[in-house]
Design a protein around this ligand. Sequence first.
Ligand code: AMP
Length: 114
Amino acid sequence: MSDCIFCRIAAGEIPAEVVYQDDDVIAFRDLNPQAPTHVLVIPRKHIETLHHAEQDDATLMGKLFLGAQQVAEVDGIAESGYRTVMNCGAGAGQSVFHVHLHVLGGRSLGWPPG
Ligand code: AMP
């Protein structure tokens, strides 16, 4: 989708600090980080929200979590721990409507989240 900012990042049309990428997913640092590591893992395919994912997207959705593993390895937070978050819908805080998995770490993270 040409008007989707994350599609444009995936296409290399908008700069981003890429941490990991493969044929299916790309991970880049969040512009407004909430922790020392705050990376977004997105599918290259445009899927609006988690709720728009279909059965055929099952493997791709799983690859977002494998991308999070790669991010944790790159940033050296696999041992200390990290959190993955996916907001679904505006009411849950989603502001960019291209599925993305937040990967947060590098500091202690409280639970439940605020
Ligand atoms: P959400 O609120 O769950 O939809 O998360 C969207 C995230 O995208 C926010 O944390 C923003 O800071 C981040 N963001 C928006 N535009 C960009 C961008 N161009 N590059 C990196 N992160 C971005």
